[in-house]
Design a protein around this ligand. Structure first.
Ligand code: SDX
Length: 424
């Protein structure tokens, strides 16, 4: 069947069906308003697709996540973040020459203009690094005004991927009163990030290869997730033909919310609160079930995954491995595991199909690397950047129209203006 029939006010409208490469089907309602005068309404977009995309496939029922057809489990195990970034952006795994040139470009462009360092002086020391990151990414457009030039897109993609680490680590260094650390060209992507985060002039800092390997996998796991809130924001802003820096800055702001990428910070704060409260995790599971309590089990639940988030499965295993390899233990990991165990046996969570999501364990790993809690969502931004860029590029290359949703008006009907003296 290639169309769906909709009967309205005695009329029947045939709406074409779209079938994706994995058999997903959708009803194309683009002509619905012009033919029937009706629109569809779907607050939160639970059943609404905004586009067709070839970048990432998710099957929420089966817990499947693939980037350009490659299973996330294989990429996290066998690839590295720079290679995955190329895959998301250009559709296939790079060959030796492409990968080598891409790495070189990301190294070459990792510094920011010296004048941009002055911007950091204006932020208060306790400024949230997500506020700094979104402001600084948008400010990059003042240094690359040609960002309106369609041919500059690939160059600006390189600039953003290369410089996001520098901007993020400068925000961290500023917050702890340490001198900003320049990137080192001899280091690879993740090693350079860890160097800029933790090196200080008075020490000969060596990057821990175990941490670099874990960071590569963490960033791969966060690299894309189809039409989530922040990616949809990047596509929304990009659809007006706003420049790439403004579009990504908007995505960073959307990710910051505690219901989205900000959840990884909220999870660690929740685990710390439970520990400080005596560690009675069952008490907090009970509170999460109480509608009147307002407490939510952060890092639990997902709009798409309804059996498990494959990223959470990988991150839980990585948490054990990294802590063991570093010879560390973290009581918050034990609390997290106990919370998961109790919740997965509780009908409230089972009936609502609530499981740990990508944010539930990621903070344990960042913490083991010495990354502070308020930087966790910045880490999510660094990971998600290639996904945002790939969707922005896909949207612009498709020549898509500006996004402009409709609404159902529920306000006052027409009424005449009343002079101030005549008002009640
Ligand atoms: C990310 O979209 C993506 O792909 C996002 C992401 C990505 O990679 O880009 O995967 C990253 O954002 C992961 C999600 C991180 N957020 C959190 O962990 C915050 C806590 N989780 C929730 O707030 C919630 O589960 C959401 C936001 C993730 C999903 O929200 P939905 O789909 O709108 O679901 P809902 O809020 O309508 O909840 C449905 C029911 C409700 O109960 P009832 O009204 O049916 O009785 O489940 C309950 C909710 O109260 N519920 C929870 C809960 N999450 C949902 N109850 C307790 N604790 C929770 N965490």
């Amino acid at each position: 069947m290639s169309s769906a029939s909709l009967s309205l006010d005695g009329n029947t409208y045939d709406l074409p069906l779209i079938t994706g490469s994995e058999g997903e089907r959708g009803v194309n309602i683009a002509r619905l308003r012009s033919e029937s005068g009706m629109i569809t309404v779907d607050p939160g977009y639970t059943s609404t697709g905004s586009c067709e995309s070839a970048i990432t496939f998710i099957d929420g029922e089966k817990g499947i996540l693939r980037y350009r057809g490659y299973p996330i489990e294989q990429l996290a195990e066998q690839s590295d973040f720079v290679e995955v970034a190329w895959l998301l952006l250009y559709g296939d795994l790079p060959n030796e020459e492409q990968l080598s040139e891409f790495r070189a470009q990301l190294t070459y462009h990792s510094m920011i203009h010296e004048d941009m360092k002055k911007f950091f002086e204006g932020f208060p020391n306790n400024a949230h690094p997500m506020a700094i990151l979104s402001a600084m990414v948008s400010s990059l457009s003042t240094y690359y005004p040609e960002s309106e030039d369609e041919n500059e897109h690939d160059q600006n993609i390189i600039r953003l991927l290369a410089k996001v680490r520098t901007l993020a680590t400068y925000a961290y260094k500023k917050s702890i009163g340490q001198p900003l650390t320049y990137p080192l060209n001899r280091l690879r992507y993740c090693e350079n990030f860890l160097h800029m985060m933790f090196a200080v002039p008075c020490e000969d800092f060596q990057v821990n290869p175990v941490m670099a390997k874990a960071l590569n996998a963490l960033l791969i796991l966060h690299a894309d997730h189809e039409q989530n809130c922040s990616t949809s924001t990047v596509r929304m802003v990009g659809s007006s033909r706003a420049n790439i820096f403004a579009s990504i800055s908007a995505g960073i702001s959307a990710l910051w919310g505690p219901l989205h990428g900000g959840a990884n910070q909220a999870v660690l704060e929740m685990l710390q609160m439970i520990q400080d409260d005596g560690g009675d995790y069952k008490k907090w599971v009970k509170k999460a079930k109480d509608k009147d309590d307002g407490f939510r089990l952060m890092g639990f639940g997902h709009r798409v995954y309804k059996n498990f988030d494959p990223r959470a499965i990988i991150l839980r295993k990585m948490s054990d491995e990294l802590l063991s390899e570093l010879g560390l233990s973290d009581p918050l990991l034990e609390i997290a595991k106990n919370l998961e165990q109790v919740a997965l046996e509780d009908d409230y969570f089972v009936s609502r199909r609530l499981y740990p999501n990508v944010d539930f364990y990621s903070g344990i790993l960042y913490r083991a690397m010495g990354i502070p809690t308020n930087m966790f969502t910045v880490m999510f931004s660094i990971g998600r950047l290639p996904g945002w860029l790939a969707h922005w590029k896909e949207l612009r290359d498709s020549g898509a129209r500006i996004n402009r949703p409709r609404q159902i008006y529920t306000g006052a009907n027409e009424r005449d203006y009343v002079e101030l003296a005549q008002r009640g």
